[in-house]
Design a protein around this ligand. Structure first.
Ligand SMILES: Cc1cc2nc3c(=O)[nH]c(=O)nc-3n(C[C@H](O)[C@H](O)[C@H](O)COP(=O)(O)O)c2cc1C
Length: 354
């Protein structure tokens, strides 16, 4: 059954479960949660569009980082993460989604098209991972080592595998090398005015709904005890987790080659991995400061057990929650989600979702 209802401003097709398509309320609910997905510099470089039947995910190239991410690789990884968050969320609301990724070579900005089928089985694992969406955040402070690491690593490996992404641990013996490479990358970028301008824009100059806020960044003293991390502009001195030098484990998500499809795959695997860490009570921090330059990416690739393209590193560890820290903000749903309005069966226009 398909019902047409009148919105305050527009006449909107609203469909229900019988028609095989979720209604707008369900879509808004799912996307609000999905948009908690991580994104590079919290750029949230995605746009969603619902045409009454299919849900389309577009990359928002206005939010691409021209200096740190000229090819749009990190943008596509971020969009892959929001895609996976959305699919999980729809599943928890009773909707299985089929995803057609990069469906039209002539429209590279269209990254995925989702179609829906009602889904009646509650999956325990899915529900726990969806709960993790609201709990997960990027933790840039020092961490203690994770418990039961071999089991965790095995689980992460299995979660990434369906996305054709491999998870490898970088052994403790290589940490000093990664710290040295991090310092090298920071020294290179320190004198790159365009890079610094971009980084400052997204950490100091951006609005209150995007970018990386002060509370989420580390002071110089805290960053020193972590070693492998992106050098964001440091906030004033603080010494959280003062008794801890970083003992997190480092993993790398890698793919066979570089292609937009593999970047989206990486984002989906990243989403699965981070949410699984949160579900297990572990802290995590995705890192791309070493994979965005060829020289440093090559060093990371040399540490992998087989020829592969490193996409994202992740620090994983144990950490006491930071009480009172507000979550990193997100854009309003109306900025990232639009739906088609159908007036007479022939006219089709897009209206903002409010
Ligand atoms: C593709 C990608 C690259 C990222 N690179 C870094 C990084 O190099 N360093 C870092 O501290 N955080 C990195 N992050 C984490 C984002 O900054 C973070 O997701 C964003 O600020 C939102 O905050 P939240 O994860 O706490 O919700 C990255 C996230 C993604 C998806």
């Amino acid at each position: 059954m398909v019902r047409a209802v009148t919105d305050t401003k527009t006449r909107v097709m609203v469909t229900d479960r019988d028609s095989g398509t979720p209604d707008l309320g369900t879509i808004r609910r799912a996307l609000t949660l999905a948009c908690r997905a991580p994104s590079v510099h919290n750029t949230q470089p995605w746009r969603w569009e619902f045409d009454g039947k299919q849900l389309l995910l577009y990359r928002d190239h206005h939010r691409q980082l021209p200096v740190a991410d000229p090819a749009g690789r990190q943008l596509a990884i971020s969009c892959g993460a929001v895609l996976d968050h959305a699919r999980l969320t729809f599943m928890s609301l009773g909707w299985f989604t089929f995803a057609n990724r990069i469906p039209d070579a002539d429209r590279p900005e269209l990254l995925a098209v989702l179609e829906f089928r009602p889904w009646h089985e509650a999956l325990h694992q899915t529900a726990a991972r969806v709960r993790a969406i609201t709990l997960r955040h990027t933790d840039r402070l020092p961490m203690a080592p994770p418990d039961d690491w071999p089991t965790v690593l095995g689980a992460l490996h299995e979660l990434a595998r369906p996305h054709h992404v491999t998870v490898d641990e970088i052994g403790e013996q290589h940490r000093r090398r990664l710290i040295a490479v991090t310092q090298h990358a920071a020294a290179l970028s320190r004198h790159d005015r365009a890079y610094q301008h971009e980084l400052r824009w997204w950490s100091e100059g951006s609005g209150s709904f995007d970018g990386v806020p002060v509370a989420a960044r580390t002071s110089a003293a805290e960053a020193d005890r972590v070693g492998v991390g992106r050098h964001f502009p440091s906030p004033p001195h603080s010494n959280r987790r003062a008794d801890l030098d970083d003992r997190s484990r480092l993993v790398v998500l890698s793919t066979d080659a570089h292609s937009p499809g593999e970047w989206v795959d990486t984002g989906e695997a990243l989403s699965q991995v981070l949410l699984e860490c949160t579900r297990r009570g572990l802290a995590s921090c995705p890192l791309t400061h070493l994979t965005e330059f060829e020289a440093t990416s090559t060093v990371v690739a040399e540490l992998l057990p087989r020829p592969a393209v490193p996409q994202v590193l992740i620090r994983i560890g144990t950490a006491a929650p930071e009480h009172g820290r507000a979550p990193t903000p997100r854009r309003a749903l109306s900025d990232v989600f639009h739906h088609s309005t159908i007036e007479s069966g022939s006219t089709r226009e897009i209206s903002p979702s409010r």
